[in-house]
Write a protein that binds this ligand. Structure first.
Ligand code: ZN
Length: 306
């Protein structure tokens, strides 16, 4: 993924599990998402199992420049301390930024924060964001998005990079007001634990996701954070239906899925969109699940850089 000595933007899914059944049995992991943009490596929602998933994907935690936590639940925040420890060599090399919702840092009257003070002190700085607030990290601007979840302070993230805009919903129920939050995204990552719509749902289902895609019109949607019901369904069938109804390309992430977002950026998107229709080869270059050789390659690259 090195392009003229510079990292090509990359999204790597370390964990795509979304409930206690799926993650508890490790049908899918909960290591979150890695976003590589220029010199930055962002680790979003480091849930349980982040370090081993990162190893499997050939990702070095030492290269993390910022860690993002959307809310104070185990599948999103459990490994925040372990990741900071790995990132900073146990505090020996204080560095990195944590961008978090309020409860994962400060807790609330019903929950203790996952972040411990000891690890907080290993960071260069930490930033607590409420929905609507923004922060700049090098050339990337990040906005905290509204989210409606059982952690009332939960947020999503919108990343404005020089090449593309990417929204990550975090865990949220559907609401029409969220559409405005996601508009203008080239790429949207939807946490979609459920297939069917039910009143007690704590997150998005297929119907909600299609509504969002129709309005937001991204170039690419990636669904992840699957519960047992979603895993039992046939993701290839679901994705085809969602593409048809939502009007954009949809990918169901697996643990280890790698996506090159540049093809979906504003200027280059159109050309690549045609590419998709015309050539299967192009498609395979942009989206792939890592295999052993690729991991080895990445490992060597990482070693060389260190
Ligand atoms: Zn949650």
């Amino acid at each position: 993924m090195l392009l003229g000595g510079r990292m090509e933007p990359t999204i790597i899914f370390l964990g795509t599990g979304g409930d206690s059944y799926v993650v508890g049995r490790q049908l899918r992991g909960a290591g979150g998402i890695i976003l590589q943009i220029g010199e930055n490596q962002f680790h979003i929602d480091p849930g349980a199992g982040s370090l081993s998933s990162a190893r499997d994907a050939g990702i070095s935690m030492r290269n993390n420049t910022a860690v993002f936590v959307s809310h104070n639940h185990i599948n999103h925040a459990n490994d925040v301390n372990a990741v900071i420890d790995a990132m900073t060599y146990g505090g020996f090399d204080k560095k990195g930024v944590l961008v978090s919702n309020n409860t994962a840092v400060n807790g609330s009257n019903v929950s203790e924060p996952f972040l411990k003070k000891r690890y907080r002190d290993f960071l260069e700085r930490y930033i607590v964001l409420n929905a609507g607030q923004r922060v700049g990290i090098n050339e990337v601007e990040v906005k905290a998005l509204k989210a409606l979840h059982s952690d009332p302070a939960a947020i999503g993230f919108k990343f404005f990079t020089p090449e593309f805009t990417l929204s990550y919903t975090g865990d949220t129920k559907y609401s029409a007001e969220l559409i405005e939050e996601y508009k203008g995204s080239n790429i949207i990552i939807l946490n979609m634990p459920y297939l069917e719509k039910r009143r007690e749902n704590e997150g998005l289902c297929r119907e909600d996701a299609i509504k969002i895609l129709k309005e937001v019109k991204p170039r690419l949607a990636i669904i992840t954070h699957f519960g047992a019901e979603m895993l039992k369904a046939d993701p290839i069938y679901e994705v085809r239906e969602m593409q048809k109804e939502g009007g954009c390309r949809v990918i169901a992430a697996k643990d280890g899925t790698i996506v090159n977002p540049t093809s979906y950026s504003a200027e280059r998107g159109q050309r690549t969109l045609f590419g998709y229709r015309d050539s299967e080869g192009e498609k395979q270059q942009d989206i792939r699940v890592y295999n052993y050789n690729e991991v080895k390659e990445v490992d060597e690259m990482v070693e060389k850089e260190e």
